[in-house]
Design a protein around this ligand. Structure first.
Ligand code: SF4
Length: 398
């Protein structure tokens, strides 16, 4: 049985950025302490059901802004996890952080806790673009954060960047990406801005206060990034993710996110967290206050039978057809690895080609997918053109 992953959601930010549609809240830092207590209760409860059956190989603190937690609060959560779960080594432990929230001492404390991967939300190096995005940091905060992370001994660093911003020109994106690669991170995540309706950006767009980003220009930016990063020796392993290799030739890919893309099990803890375990998708209550209250009251909406906890808002049984569709959609995002014909047959008892003969033939004819032939396996994956038109490919497998 493959090992599992744990996701811990930290739904607090100092300020809510105008484009953000994550489950996160500003001005609620006073809830952090009781929230951490509730988190540890949820983790302990899940561990009592789950730990005997499965091992854990990745832990991910996402948000929101997990770096708003003190090192003692993070230590409390990690101690709980190690106490109740069967964590195997080496374990990848990632913490997402906003550059403006870090200090040299804090990064040293993270390292001492075993947090060995840091993901920094850089987004842009330009003050004007950061202002439009309503980010609370500047590029000098990024420089300091990277320097301090290295001094603390963190040797697996991701930088997040966003392209396709309103009014952004290609040269501005080029400068952001060049300066980011110049900081020599091990990993880069590059996302195109999508403006969601229920955000300030969505409102401003509808009311003519923000210009719609040009999708053609965003595609040019993405293609330029693919070319530049390939030229500099980066390996693109997922539609939006690139990694460098270590001295032994292993890729610094994010093992936690690989778990999602390979459609493998993970548990989600915290307000609004999602999980996927034993063929069930779970979703927790969104509001941090409600989440805390549920653990205070031991209120159960659906009985605490695993994978339900007092925080569970809904559970959905994943049937075989859905699991197949999700395995294809997520697996094809892995642009190098793709979907293994052999692993697919073992998992579903049917061949990929038998189930999807027509869509594969059609997409191959259009130059959007290809077979990679290995000695003992074949892998279906996106072509470089398919990477630009991923959504059109994925719908063929639903
Ligand atoms: S810092 Fe990140 S999670 Fe928080 S509001 Fe901004 S974009 Fe959203």
């Amino acid at each position: 049985m493959p090992p599992s992953s744990l996701y811990i959601h930290v739904p607090f930010c100092r300020h809510r950025c105008g484009y953000c549609d994550f489950n996160t809240y500003a001005n609620q830092q006073s809830l952090i302490e009781p929230y951490v207590d509730a988190l540890c209760k949820e983790i302990a409860l899940a561990g009592s059901f789950y730990a005997g059956k499965h091992q854990v190989h990745t832990i991910y603190f996402g948000g929101g802004t997990p770096s708003l937690l003190t090192s003692s609060q993070l230590a409390f959560i990690l101690e709980t996890i190690h106490r109740v779960f069967n964590v195997i080594f080496p374990v990848e432990i990632t913490l997402e952080a906003n550059p403006g929230t870090l200090t040299r001492a804090y990064l040293g404390e993270l390292m001492a806790l075993g947090i060995n991967r840091l993901s920094l939300g850089v987004q842009s190096v330009h003050p004007g673009e950061l202002r439009i995005l309503e980010r609370q940091h500047d590029y000098f905060d990024v420089l300091n954060a990277v320097k301090w992370a290295r001094q603390a001994g963190i040797m697996n660093l991701n930088l997040d960047l966003i392209f396709g911003l309103p009014e952004q020109v290609l040269s501005s994106w080029q400068r952001s990406l060049c300066l980011a690669t110049g900081l020599a991170p091990e990993h880069l995540s590059i996302y195109s801005l999508t403006i969601e309706q229920d955000t300030p950006f969505g409102y401003w767009l509808v009311h003519g206060l923000l210009s719609q980003p040009d999708p053609d220009q965003a595609a040019d930016m993405y293609e330029w990034a693919m070319d530049l990063l390939a030229e500099k020796g980066w390996q693109q392993y997922e539609i939006s993710n690139w990694a460098r290799k270590d001295e032994n030739g292993s890729l610094f890919s994010c093992h936690h996110n690989l778990q999602y893309w390979r459609n493998l099990p993970y548990l989600g803890f915290g307000a609004g967290a999602h999980g996927y375990i034993e063929q069930v998708r779970t979703e927790n209550v969104l509001s941090p206050a409600a989440y805390i209250k549920r653990f205070k009251d031991h209120l159960t909406t659906s009985g605490s039978v695993f994978p339900n906890t007092p925080a569970t808002l809904s559970t959905t049984l994943v049937d075989r057809d859905t699991e197949i569709a999700e395995t294809m959609m997520m697996g094809l995002r892995l642009v190098e690895e793709g979907v293994s014909e052999q692993a697919f047959a073992v998992r579903f008892g049917e061949s990929l080609d038998a189930l999807f003969h027509e869509p594969i033939a059609r997409l191959t004819a259009h130059g959007l997918v290809e077979w990679l032939h290995l000695e003992t396996d074949r892998r279906l994956r996106l072509t470089p053109r398919g990477r630009l038109l991923g959504n059109q490919v994925f719908v063929e497998f639903i």
